[in-house]
Write a protein that binds this ligand. Structure first.
Ligand SMILES: [Fe+2]
Length: 143
């Protein structure tokens, strides 16, 4: 595991599986061999609407929606705050896309930003949810 993505493990499979996927995606999507295609004109990236960033947003959106369903089904009292924290990342990523951040040119910055957010989010939200869920026995322990 990349050192900057450590400390995410919570024991809640909906969260841990999502973070494993995010780690995998962040490791692959910024590799220089990954092509950015816009499908217009000569097919060259216009560096204005980063499709790699949009792919990350789609993944994160799905992943958060799943986690949020798990919290809702468990009647987690802090779900509102937790969901707000998820929304703040998605908002920031949309701002990056609109601000023409390019995953090719600015890949390291984007990866560091998301990794840092993920580690901090795990501390402020995912771990407290995991602790609450285990204490209340609302989720089956991961095997
Ligand atoms: Fe979360």
């Amino acid at each position: 595991m990349a050192p900057h993505m450590q400390g995410l493990e919570t024991g809640v499979s909906a969260i841990d599986a999502g973070n494993d996927g995010l780690r995998y995606l962040l490791g692959r999507v910024f590799e220089p061999g990954v092509e950015c295609r816009r499908g217009q004109g000569d097919g060259q990236c216009d560096r204005k609407h980063c499709i790699r960033l949009q792919a990350i947003i789609r993944y994160i959106d799905r992943n958060f929606a799943h986690q949020e369903r798990v919290m809702a089904e468990a009647d987690y009292p802090e779900a509102g705050r937790h969901c707000g924290d998820h929304a703040s990342l998605v908002d920031k990523l949309h701002i990056m896309v609109r601000g023409q951040v390019c995953a090719d040119r600015d890949g390291q910055k984007v990866r560091d930003f998301i990794s840092h957010w993920a580690v901090e989010h795990a501390k402020r939200c995912d771990h407290p949810f995991s602790k609450w869920a285990v204490t209340r026995r609302v989720l089956a322990p991961k095997r």
